[in-house]
Design a protein around this ligand. Structure first.
Ligand code: GRF
Length: 222
């Protein structure tokens, strides 16, 4: 039996992406060991999802700390109780300090609701609508010090529908996220995708462009 990659999932809110990981692992389609779910908010619903799935949880409120470095250090010390080999940011609404990113260099993944490098930052769905873009989607990438700027691994794209509101678009993007995030994390967990010299490598070759998967307007892979 191969050793499963010990994985920590960091959340701040509802945790629908976390749920996608839980469901994939339970179905046998994803071979990660979900060791701990961490939240900076005690009321995050994702903690309930984790407990229901029998996964250990940890919570440290960032408001107790005088600065980002101290909070991040406390988080890392706590996470290291589980010796995670992979950190999954799943709606973790904190910018990570340079020290935290360096401590887990190449081992942190994020999902950002846009086709990076377009639309880093907030309000991506509204920005896509305002620009009249034909396509929107989400990107799984390695985390570096640059916000939403680390090397990309996998993108899921889907068409913008005329008359979409930002909320409707966000909901459809999430359906895509729940498919691409566990898939990309699985690639990293099994060593197929890795972060080396600041770049993404897939199957032993540099991949400066992400793998792109296309979905229809209902979020079904085409
Ligand atoms: C996701 O849409 C992701 O793109 C962003 O945060 C959101 C988290 O949603 N980084 P959820 O808590 O997984 O539902």
């Amino acid at each position: 039996m191969t050793k499963r990659c010990k994985t920590a999932i960091l959340i701040s809110g509802s945790g629908t992406n976390l749920q996608a990981f839980i469901d994939r692992v339970a179905s046998g389609a994803l071979d990660l060991e979900l060791s701990v779910v961490f939240s900076n908010r005690p009321d995050a619903f994702g903690l309930v999802r984790a407990r229901n799935a029998g996964i250990s949880t940890a919570c440290i409120e960032h408001g107790q700390f005088s600065n980002r470095d101290r909070f991040d250090f406390a988080v890392a010390e706590r996470l290291d109780e589980w010796q995670p080999e992979l950190l999954i940011l799943a709606g973790f609404m904190r910018i990570l300090s340079a020290g935290f990113v360096a401590r887990y260099a190449g081992k942190i993944l994020n999902i950002h609701p846009a086709l990076l490098p377009t639309y880093p930052g907030l309000d991506t769905h509204q920005r896509v609508l305002d620009a009249g873009d034909e396509w929107h989607g989400s990107t799984v990438h390695f985390v570096t010090e640059e916000l939403d700027g680390g090397p990309r691994i996998l993108q899921g794209r889907l068409p913008v529908v005329a008359g979409d509101s930002a909320e409707q678009l966000a909901a459809r993007v999430q359906i895509v996220e729940h498919q691409i995030y566990p898939e990309a994390a699985g690639w990293v967990g099994e060593g197929r995708a890795e972060f080396r010299d600041g770049r993404t490598w897939i199957d032993g070759a540099v991949a400066d462009e992400p793998v792109i998967q296309t979905f229809d307007k209902l979020g079904r892979k085409v």
